[in-house]
Design a protein around this ligand. Structure first.
Ligand code: FAD
Length: 395
């Protein structure tokens, strides 16, 4: 069942149908099959994602809500959500420049100079320059304003010193957008937003191997790395404000796309239970519960989409969505391992043996969603403050 068959306007239905035709023609192999191809490596999969992003861009499906002037489509949030759900339904690869397009693009459009937009946006959309996000540090994650990387002004340059961590796609990236301190005395007003090429002398990227076996993350070290002053976005000291506006884009209305992916994996789990002889009322009850929770998530996504369609600005509901899909992902993957038993743990992927659904890998990866782009505790704090008007905790 297609999960996007909602009460869409004629215009939205036309957009969706066109998109389905395009996907049928252009997506030759679902991501799961690419992933489990025994010849696939992390590098080859990354390059495949790069090629896919270029195709999406050429067809006008990237930067959906950006102005046309900057390579976008000027589309609505509803069309953006339709796109995400259809991509999920077709099991398309994810764009490798998602941090550039998701975060830096909006930062440049809203706060960058004309020259910066012309220089950086086109190669970002074409996946010719891959971007990573240098916000978190070993001592600054949830409490991002504690960051200690410094950018000292020296003539026409900033001199960067410090360390970033959990840098997604760091090992494959060409550029990083960095939050760095230009004033150590001013907690929020002393942070600036700086673009740095990763092959700058003094910059070192080290891959971090994860518990899933992949090395998608890196840590980035800056030791007297000189960056031209024109690579400052906005004004000195505006970095915090810029970061907070762009982070709101990261949470977005994603529940519908997640509901499509989870729905497909729940069906696969039911199939695997049948194949492994896991039957009976207890199993049926747990599978039924997953389906109900997924439907609740989908309904919540539809509600948020209706708000978007009415022109409402996303508020704390994006935190509610984020908690729901990420915590549900964890519960779902735990249930899968419980139901399938020890055998599922043996189906762990490594470069040599990828399996259809890698239950153990998905179980491990599900932890990540409750941490990145604001952990569940931080989302609950936002809801407590902005929805329930509860007092903030003391520091
Ligand atoms: C998959 C993934 C991808 C990531 N990609 C990037 C990236 O590309 N670039 C980047 O800059 N960063 C990235 N991060 C880092 C991410 O932003 C941080 O991990 C996140 O902000 C949490 O910070 P931390 O890891 O330092 O944990 P901490 O902030 O130290 O938190 C530890 C625990 O304490 C809890 N906690 C902290 N503060 C509070 C509070 N006030 N109230 C209640 N509980 C609290 C947290 O919820 C958590 O459970 C990524 C992380 C993951 C998991």
């Amino acid at each position: 069942m297609r999960l996007m068959d909602l009460h869409l306007s004629e215009q939205h239905l036309a957009f969706r149908d066109q998109l389905r035709v395009w996907l049928n023609t252009n997506l030759t192999r679902p991501w799961r099959e690419e992933w489990r191809d025994p010849k696939a490596t992390e590098d080859s999969l990354f390059e495949l994602r790069r090629r896919w992003q270029r195709k999406l861009y050429e067809a006008g499906y990237l930067g959906m809500d950006w102005p046309r002037e900057w390579g976008g489509r000027g589309a609505t949030e509803v069309e953006k959500a339709i796109l995400e759900a259809e991509l999920a339904d077709a099991d398309a690869p994810q764009s490798p420049n998602m941090l550039g397009i998701g975060l830096l693009g909006p930062a440049l459009i809203h706060h960058g100079s004309e020259e910066q937009r012309r220089r950086f946006i086109p190669p970002m959309l074409r996946a010719e320059e891959i971007w990573c996000q240098g916000f978190s540090e070993p001592g600054a994650g949830s409490d991002l304003a504690s960051l200690r990387t410094t950018a000292t002004i020296d003539g026409d340059s900033f001199v960067l010193n410090g360390q970033k961590v959990w840098t997604t796609f760091g090992p494959w990236s060409d550029w990083i957008f960095v939050l760095a301190r230009t004033d150590t005395a001013d907690r929020y007003g002393g942070i600036s937003f700086i673009l740095c090429k990763l092959d700058t002398p003094g910059v070192t990227v080290r891959p971090l191997r994860q518990i899933t076996g992949e090395s998608e993350f890196g840590e980035v070290f800056f030791e007297d790395a000189r960056v031209p002053r024109q690579q400052l976005v906005g004004k000195i000291g505006e970095g915090w404000r810029i970061a907070m506006t762009v982070l709101a884009y990261e949470r977005g209305a994603m529940s519908l796309a997640y509901a499509v992916r989870f729905g497909r994996d729940i069906a696969r789990l039911a199939q695997a239970c049948r194949e492994h002889g896991r039957q009976g009322s207890a199993v049926r009850e747990r599978l039924g519960r997953l389906i109900v929770e997924n439907e609740v998530m989908r309904a919540n996504g539809v509600r948020n989409l209706a708000n978007f369609a009415d022109g409402k600005v996303p508020g704390p509901e994006s935190s509610i969505e984020k908690i729901f899909w990420s915590e549900f992902d964890k519960r779902f993957r735990e249930t899968a391992l419980d139901l399938l038993g020890a055998g599922a743990m043996l189906e762990r992927s490594c470069d040599q043996a990828r399996t259809d659904v890698d239950w153990a890998r998905d179980f491990l990866w599900a932890r990540a969603g409750t941490i990145y782009s604001g952990s569940s505790e931080i989302q609950r704090n936002i809801i407590a403050k902005r929805v329930l008007n509860l007092p903030t905790e003391g520091r």
